[in-house]
Design a binder for this molecule. Structure first.
Ligand code: FDP
Length: 332
C-alpha cells in the first residue's frame, strides 16, 4: 500500500511551481499541524459535561474556553510563531493580527477557526476554513489590511478541515483539489481523495428553508422549481442542510449539488463572510470543476472592501449553480 501523507503531497505539489521557494509548503504544513491541535479538542467536546461546559467552569473551577475561541487561539499561536505569515485575519477577530516575528513572512492568512459554531455542542460536523495570499508589497513589516483585502482570484492556496465522522483536510494550490483523512493511530493526514472533480449536476440542494418568509420572490420561485416533479431534469432534488457551511459544501463537492445562502430581509447581503468562507470555498469549488457566485458575479472576482464583508453565496455543481443564478437574476 502506498500511503501518502499530506506533508509529502504538499512537497510533491511544489514541483509544479518551478519558482517555489518551499515557503508555501511550510505554511500548508503549519496549517495541517494546527488542524491536528484543533481536532484533539473537538473530539473531546463531548466531555464537557464531565470536564465543564465550554464557556463555563470545569470541576477544578477553571474557566473552559468556548471551542471556537480555543481553536482561534491555537491556530494563531501554532501558525503565528514561525514567522511565515506577515499578517493574519480571523473570523473571530475584529481587525488584522500581526504575528510576532512577522518580518520574515511573505504571505497573508485568513481563516475561520471553527465554522458552524451552532453545531459544536451537539456533536455535528464543524470545520476550519483557510485562505492564503501573497503579500502585495515586498516588506513584511509593512504588511497591512490591504494584503488581506485581495480578490479571491489572488489566492495561492485554500482549504478546509472537517471534524466529522472522520477528520478530513482538503486543499488546493491551484493545481486540483486533494483530500486527506486523518488516521488517529499514527497522527497523520493520509491521501484519500486525489484530484476531486465535482459532478456537473447533482441531486441535492442545501438552503435554510426555514427562512423562506425572508427570501425574495426569485429565491422562492427557485425553491418551487427545485421541488417540482420532473424526472427528465432529475427533479425534485433532495434537501440536505447541516447548518455547517464547510460540511454542506464538502458533501455537495463529493456528491454534486448546490448550496445557496441568498440575501434575506435580515441579511441583505447574505450571511456568509467573503474572506473567510466564500473565497476559499469558491477557489476549491472552481478547481474541482464547479461554480461559485453571489447570484450575479463570480465570487473570486469580487473586490473586498472590509475584512468581515458578507456575500450571498451560490456554490456547487456548475449546472445547478447556473440555474439558481438564472432565477436570482429574474431570467426564469
Ligand atoms: P454558524 O452560524 O453556526 O457559525 O457562517 C456561519 C454558519 O454557521 C455556516 O457555517 C452555516 O452554513 C450558516 O452559518 C448557517 O446559518 P443559518 O442558521 O442561518 O442557516
Amino acid at each position: 500500500m502506498n500511503l501518502v501523507t499530506i506533508e509529502r503531497h504538499i512537497l510533491e505539489q511544489q514541483k509544479h511551481f518551478p519558482d517555489a521557494t518551499g515557503e508555501l509548503t511550510d505554511l500548508l504544513n503549519d496549517v495541517a499541524f494546527a488542524a491536528k491541535l484543533v481536532r484533539r479538542e473537538v473530539v473531546r467536546a463531548g466531555l464537557v459535561d464531565i470536564l465543564g461546559f465550554a464557556g463555563g467552569t470545569n470541576v477544578q473551577g477553571e474557566e473552559v474556553k468556548k471551542l471556537d475561541l480555543f481553536a482561534n487561539e491555537k491556530i494563531i499561536n501554532a501558525i503565528g510563531q514561525h514567522g511565515r505569515f506577515a499578517v493574519m485575519g480571523s473570523e473571530e477577530n475584529d481587525g488584522i493580527i500581526i504575528p510576532p516575528k512577522n518580518e520574515t513572512g511573505s504571505y497573508a492568512l485568513l481563516f475561520d477557526p471553527l465554522d458552524g459554531s451552532s453545531n459544536i455542542d451537539v456533536n455535528v460536523s464543524v470545520g476550519t476554513i483557510f485562505s492564503i495570499y501573497k503579500l502585495k508589497g515586498e516588506d513584511p513589516c509593512k504588511a497591512s489590511i490591504a494584503d488581506c483585502l485581495q480578490r479571491g482570484s489572488e489566492q495561492v492556496a485554500a482549504g478546509y478541515v472537517i471534524y466529522g465522522s472522520s477528520v478530513v483536510m482538503v486543499y488546493t494550490t491551484g493545481n486540483g483539489v486533494h483530500g486527506f483523512t486523518y488516521d488517529p493511530t499514527i497522527g497523520e493526514f493520509l491521501l484519500s481523495h486525489e484530484n476531486i472533480v465535482t459532478p456537473k449536476t447533482g441531486k441535492y440542494y442545501s438552503i435554510n428553508e426555514g427562512s423562506y418568509a425572508q427570501f425574495n420572490e426569485s429565491t422562492k420561485k427557485y425553491l418551487d422549481y427545485i421541488k417540482e416533479e420532473d424526472p427528465a431534469t432529475g427533479r425534485p432534488y433532495s434537501t440536505r442542510y447541516i447548518g455547517s457551511l464547510v460540511a454542506d459544501f464538502h458533501r455537495n463537492l463529493l456528491t454534486g449539488g448546490v448550496f445557496v445562502y441568498p440575501p434575506t430581509t435580515t441579511h441583505k447581503n447574505g450571511k456568509l463572510r467573503l474572506m473567510y468562507e466564500a473565497n476559499p470555498l469558491a477557489f476549491i469549488c472552481e478547481q474541482a470543476g464547479g461554480r461559485a457566485t453571489d447570484g450575479k458575479n463570480r465570487i473570486l472576482d469580487i473586490q473586498p472592501s472590509e475584512l468581515h464583508q458578507r456575500t450571498p453565496l451560490y456554490i456547487g455543481s456548475e449546472d445547478d449553480v447556473l440555474i439558481a443564478e438564472q432565477f436570482e437574476q429574474g431570467l426564469r
